[in-house]
Ligand binder design. Sequence first.
Ligand SMILES: [Zn+2]
Ligand SMILES: [Zn+2]
Length: 265
Amino acid sequence: MLAVMCIILAVVRGLLQVSEVGRFYLSVRKSNGLIDMVKQNCELCASELIWDWQLLDFFNFKVRLRELICSTCRMAFEKLTGPFCQYCSRAIMADEVICFDCFTWQKQIGGLFKNQALYTYNSMMRNFLALYKFRSGYHLRALFKQELEETIIRLQTDLIVPIPISSQTKRERGFNQVTALIDGLEVSELLRCKPAKERQVQKSRTERLKSSQPFFIVKDVKKTVSDKTICLVDDVYTTGTTLRHAAGVLMAAGAKSVCTVTLAR
Ligand SMILES: [Zn+2]
Ligand SMILES: [Zn+2]
């Protein structure tokens, strides 16, 4: 009996795949009274989202996740597809290898770390991050979670270290926006932020340079870090200074190499 049902299911599924019937979809609209169950608005532009379900999805055993944003907003996020700077992922001309900023940094401080960014920091990304970080948008982490996690997994590093936020920010925001974006991965929270007061102490140039380092490594993890390849993760790459500081702390603790991944550049 079960075998017969499986055969029937397979035949129907096959027919749907090759016929226009498979493209049929059911749109639940206001008029049918079900709207209260499924009515949603785009989280970014507030336009109404149409919940559609394709018949083929059922036969493919697909689970449709709740959409958070509309297709217009989705398309306004600009993916970085290259050519881009091999160090920071900034878009560059086809005949360039690194961007001017990285060229300058390299001359000033030497070895740079490779950063892989997924999206351009355009106005839509800015809106998204403002909502996500500052206006109770914790649930919006779902928008980029999978993509970011897959990018990090592909790098196959020994450890994944998120950039920390200060305890005050954590209290106010309620979550670390970086850790939340990759909460499906096992991360090592090895870095902490120095108290702001300590960072502002500016006596001599040497002390100033020392105190400009905003991070320190948690105690007793030298063994954990020693000779390990590490992927540092942050939400936005602006000048790269934050990531360079964090990478510097990890390298000083004995890491073998550090690369970085950011959602936006
Ligand atoms: Zn929208
Ligand atoms: Zn660059």
